[in-house]
Design a protein around this ligand. Structure first.
Ligand code: MUC
Ligand code: MG
Length: 376
C-alpha cells in the first residue's frame, strides 16, 4: 500500500555553496555565494525526493547555518523520519517537531523532499497534495542589492528588457539613510513611471530613523516597507505602522504561529512575507498564512535566494493560498551563476510560472550539485 511504498528508506544532506552573479548586500551581511542544505529522501519504492533549505551569509539572516543543519539533520531529524511513510506529511512534521526544536530551515528542506517524493510516487504535482493550485503563475519581484546606484539602474533595466521582472525590492539599511535615499532617487528617475519599488531595511533602522525618513519614501512612491525595525521590536513596529502612509511588511519578526498571532494581531504590519525557512514547512506556512488572513494582513511570497528547487517548493505552497496579494520575489534562480536544476523555473511576461510536472516539477542537475557541494 501507499504507506509501505512511501516509507522513508534513507535521508542524506549535503552543503552547497553556489556563487551569485554579483554581491548581494543586506543591512547586516553581504554575500557572493549562496549556502544551501540540499537533501535527498529515498523511499522504499525507490523514488527519490529533493529539498533545499537556504541561508543568507551564514547564520546571520536567521540562526541556522548550513553546518548546523547538516549535523542536526544527520543526528536528529533523519533518524526520526526513517521508516515513516512520507505520504503522512503532517505526521512527519510532528515527528520532526518532537526530534528538534526550531531548526525551521532544516525541517522545511526535509518536508520539501518528502512532498517531492510523494508527488512523484502518485504522479501529481506537489500542490495537489496541499489542496491544489489556485494560480499557475505569479507576479515576480527582483531585488536590487549591490549598493551601487548606477549598477542597480542598469540591472533593473536589463530585467525589464528580458521580460523577467518589472517590480523591484531595494535593500536599504547597510548605508546611512541619506545614501540609501539617493540610490532610491536614482532608480525612481531612471525607471519607467509607476515602476513598483519596495524597500527592505532588514531591521536596520530605529523607530526614530523611520519617523525621520518615511516622508522621503512616501515622496519616492515606495509601495511597501519591509521589516524596518529589529524583529523583536513588535510594539515599536505597531507604532510606526499606525503613522506610516506606506504599508509595513513583517519579515524576520514572524516565524512561528505565535509570532504570527502577535505580529498580525497587534497591527505591527499590514503585509506578511511567507518563507518556508521561517515557518518550517509547507503546512506551517499555510497555517501562518491563515492567521495573517484572519487578522486582515495581506500576503507576500518571500524568498531567501533559493535555487529553482527551493523556489519551486515555495511556489507549490503559494499557489494553494486563496490570496497572494503581492506576488512573489522568487528571483533566486536568476541570481545564481548556475541554477541547481536542469529544468529551472520559467520567467516570462514578468511572471514566474508554477512547474507542472510530478512532485516539485524541477530536476536537480547532479553535475551542478557535485560542483558546488562542499568537499569534506
Ligand atoms: C529578505 O530579508 O527578504 C530576500 C530577498 C533578498 O534580497 O533578501 C532576502 C531576504
Ligand atoms: Mg526581508
Amino acid at each position: 500500500d501507499l504507506a509501505q511504498a512511501t516509507a522513508i528508506r534513507s535521508v542524506s544532506a549535503r552543503i552547497i555553496e553556489a556563487p551569485t552573479r554579483r554581491k548581494h548586500k543586506l543591512s547586516n551581511t553581504s554575500l557572493s555565494h549562496q549556502g544551501y542544505i540540499f537533501v535527498e529522501v529515498v523511499l522504499e519504492n525507490g523514488v527519490v525526493g529533493f529539498g533545499e533549505g537556504s541561508t543568507l551569509g551564514g547564520p546571520r539572516w536567521a540562526e541556522e547555518s548550513v553546518e548546523a543543519m547538516k549535523v542536526n539533520i544527520d543526528t536528529y531529524l533523519a533518524p526520526a523520519l526513517i521508516g515513516h511513510p512520507a505520504c503522512f506529511l503532517e505526521a512527519a512534521a510532528t515527528k520532526m517537531a518532537q526530534a528538534a526544536k526550531r531548526n525551521y530551515t532544516a525541517k522545511s528542506a526535509l518536508d520539501m523532499a518528502m512532498l517531492d517524493a510523494v508527488g512523484k510516487t502518485l504522479n501529481v504535482p506537489a500542490h495537489v497534495l496541499l489542496g491544489g493550485a489556485q494560480r499557475a503563475s505569479f507576479s515576480a519581484i527582483w531585488a536590487l542589492a549591490s549598493g551601487d546606484a548606477g549598477q542597480e539602474v542598469e540591472e533593473a533595466k536589463g530585467m525589464i528588457e528580458k521580460g523577467w521582472f518589472n517590480r523591484f525590492k531595494i535593500k536599504l539599511g547597510f548605508a546611512d539613510p541619506l545614501t540609501d535615499l539617493a540610490r532610491l532617487t536614482a532608480l525612481k528617475v531612471a525607471l519607467p513611471e509607476g515602476t513598483d519599488m519596495i524597500a527592505d531595511v532588514n531591521q536596520g533602522w530605529s523607530e526614530a530613523d523611520f519617523i525621520r525618513y518615511v516622508p522621503h519614501l512616501v515622496d519616492l512612491g515606495v509601495s511597501l516597507i519591509e521589516q524596518p525595525l529589529p524583529a523583536a521590536q513588535m510594539p515599536a513596529m505597531a507604532r510606526i505602522a499606525t503613522r506610516s502612509p506606506i504599508p509595513i511588511m513583517l519579515d524576520e519578526g514572524v516565524s512561528t504561529l505565535g509570532e504570527a498571532m502577535d505580529g498580525c494581531g497587534s497591527g505591527a504590519g499590514s503585509v506578511l512575507s511567507l518563507k518556508l525557512c521561517k515557518h518550517g514547512g509547507v503546512h506551517q506556512l499555510k497555517q501562518v498564512a491563515g492567521i495573517a488572513q484572519a487578522a486582515g494582513v495581506q500576503l507576500y511570497g518571500g524568498c531567501l535566494l533559493e535555487s529553482s528547487l527551493g523556489a519551486s517548493g515555495h511556489l507549490h505552497a503559494f499557489a494553494t493560498l486563496p490570496n497572494l496579494d503581492w506576488g512573489t520575489e522568487h528571483f533566486g534562480p536568476k541570481i545564481l551563476v548556475e541554477d541547481l536544476c536542469s529544468d529551472g523555473l520559467r520567467y516570462e511576461n514578468f511572471e514566474v510560472h508554477l512547474p507542472t510536472g510530478p512532485g516539485l516539477g524541477v530536476t536537480p542537475d547532479p553535475d551542478c550539485i557535485n560542483r558546488y557541494a562542499r568537499k569534506d
